[in-house]
Design a protein around this ligand. Structure first.
Ligand code: ADP
Length: 571
């Protein structure tokens, strides 16, 4: 039956019989110009791949440079046919395909739906341009939504392995499964031991021996172990540091020669305090077993463990892989941080020595020189040297303190002492300085209900805070009051409240500049006209807080001056 259109070459025919259909397809294949698109259900795939003569003609077309695309349904039954199609075509998958057609530049052939295993009996063969174009349009839009063959085959092949998650309660069965997994690994073993004791129990059940045997069989196998390693030498002989495991340790683990395994077996440290409370083993990113540590105090592996959970489910195993990887990375970062902290501490101790050392002789020697001369002019110059050297000394101390605070290495040396007495000392030293400088006179008064006020704290550091607050109070009171023609006055009050002590420094100076008030205790915040660095209050705050205390300030309600407080626990 033939339906001719306007032009002679353009026609649509119904073709009967398998043989005739094959003949048409072979003929069409021979005449292909540059491409062919096929849409095939499972029986279409069968028809093509099981008929040698058809397979051959497609392969030949491909060899001639014809680009062939196939959309088909790939499932467990058709998997082998689908793989054959890839010999000549780029294949994509679509669910639920029924029917089959092929379209090239000039024609299309659409065949009837035959049951799987049999060949088609009827077909429509058309070269009418508009129909060919329609068919082509249909194919192109289906192609866009179809899945690449590799992806689908991969999914099917993985799915054919039955995924399961198994809970095992018998400790002997858990160990058997655990050891079996260690033995079958070929590419990668990831292990987490949550505590040092659990690592020791691993030695007991001989896992390092198994690892060694496996490493001997598979030289590409990589083993990564996360465990608390760095330990107190008095409690354990196992000494590890990240990835640099001593020969001794390898020997202790039964691994023998370090050089032989050091590229295959990597160790990193994790802290025992981590929330992981299970031994975790993941092999080849395919299977995992998680063994609960129920009683870490037990010596025996069997007595210490709870449930074991085995899984070969892709999502479970990959979740454990990502947990492992994040701990692995975390361990590296912590190790780097520790190293840089160590360097910083070394710097502080070297710098404090090197910076301080030359200043003291400058002050001392200039003081000697000053005593030897009677020349007023020279004495004045020497005073300037001393004053500036002292400033430099203070600045050095402050900068070192800041470094200590910021690297969290400010150490407190606490002792019992009388705070009242300490404050009196600071007052007399600062009074002395005021007198020596002979410039201004601010009266300082100390008020306390108690004679003695015992406190347990770092004496030198508290001295530093008191000195700094009183020095500031004098500094920001003296000049202003003198200019006003009034008397500068500072009242230091000590008050015991429950288990705390509150110390206040009230002055009648110029008050805190409103512009810096919100940032008063931050570093480098200063409004001092006499070359202040803005470090004093920051350091004072850090010292008080290191003692679990608080520090704060307010401008006085009467509009004259300000008050600084700090509170410390007595013990
Ligand atoms: P510095 O005194 O070197 O500037 P501080 O950290 O000790 O550094 O003080 C920061 C700033 O806080 C001072 O510059 C000053 O503006 C303000 N300040 C501190 N104490 C007082 C005070 N008693 N009265 C007024 N302002 C003060």
């Amino acid at each position: 039956m033939t339906f001719s259109s306007k032009s002679e070459e353009e026609k649509t025919e119904v073709v009967y019989g398998t043989e005739e259909i094959i003949k048409r397809v072979l003929q069409a294949n021979l005449n292909l110009q540059d491409k062919l698109d096929l849409f095939e259900d499972v029986s279409g795939q069968f028809a093509i791949t099981s008929t040698d003569i058809l397979m051959d003609s497609f392969i030949k077309a491909k060899e001639r440079g014809i680009k062939i695309r196939v959309i088909t349904e790939i499932n467990t039954d058709s998997l082998n046919y689908s793989k054959k199609l890839t010999q000549f075509a780029e294949v994509r998958h679509m669910d639920g395909i029924i029917g089959a057609f092929g379209v090239d530049d000039r024609q299309y052939i659409s065949v009837d739906t035959s049951p799987i295993g049999s060949l088609p009996q009827q077909a429509i063969h058309s070269s009418i341009k508009v129909f060919v174009q329609q068919q082509q349009y249909l194919f192109d839009s289906l192609w866009k939504n179809a899945i690449p063959v590799e992806q689908k085959i991969d999914e099917i092949e993985k799915g054919m392995r039955i995924e399961k998650i198994e809970n095992i309660s018998d400790p002997y069965e858990i160990r058997a499964k655990y050891i079996k997994l260690l033995k079958i690994a070929t590419d990668e073993i990831l292990l987490i031991f949550p505590t040092l004791k659990s690592l020791h129990r691993q030695l007991q059940i001989g896992i390092f021996k198994i690892l060694k045997e496996n490493l001997n069989r598979h030289n590409k196998l990589k083993v990564k172990i996360l465990s608390p390693f760095q330990t107190d030498p008095s409690t354990s002989s196992l000494q590890f540091s990240n990835e640099t495991v001593s020969e001794n340790t390898f020997r202790e683990l039964g691994l023998g020669n370090t050089s032989k395994y050091k590229n295959n077996i990597l160790f990193r440290n994790i802290e025992e305090s981590l929330s992981i409370k299970s031994t975790i083993l993941i092999v080849d990113r395919n299977e995992s077993i998680v063994i609960e540590v129920k009683d870490d105090l037990r010596e025996s592996f069997f007595d210490s463990i709870g449930f074991g959970t085995y899984s070969n489910s892709k999502s479970t195993v990959l979740s454990y892989v990502s947990i492992f990887e994040s701990f692995w990375l975390q361990s590296e970062i912590i190790e780097k941080l520790k190293r840089s902290e160590e360097l910083q501490k070394q710097f502080i101790s070297i710098a404090s020595h090197e910076l301080r050392n030359p200043i003291q002789p400058i002050i001392g020697l200039t003081e000697i020189l000053k005593k030897k001369t009677t020349d007023k002019e020279q004495q004045k110059l020497q005073d300037m040297v001393i004053k500036n050297a002292k400033k430099l000394k203070q600045l050095t101390e402050d900068v070192l303190d800041i470094t200590r605070i910021e690297s969290q290495s400010l150490e407190l040396h606490k002792e019992q002492f009388d705070l009242h007495e300490l404050i009196q000392n600071v007052v007399s030293i600062l009074n002395q300085i005021q007198k020596e400088e002979n410039k201004y006179d601010t009266r300082i008064e100390v008020k306390s209900n108690e004679e003695r006020l015992n406190i347990y704290a770092d004496r030198n550091r508290i001295y530093q805070v008191v000195y700094n607050l009183l020095d500031n109070a004098i500094k920001f009171t003296n000049k202003e009051r003198k200019d006003d023609g009034c008397i500068g006055q500072i009242i230091i009050a000590l008050e015991k409240k429950d288990n705390d002590i509150i110390i206040s420094f009230k002055d009648n100076g110029k008050g805190i500049d409103p512009q810096i008030f919100p940032r008063l205790f931050e570093k480098f915040v200063t409004r001092s006209t006499s070359g202040g660095t803005g470090l004093g209050l920051f350091i004072s705050k850090s010292i008080v807080e290191a003692h679990c205390g608080t520090i704060w300030a307010e401008n006085n309600k009467d509009g004259k001056g300000s008050t600084f407080w700090f509170m410390l626990p007595l013990k």
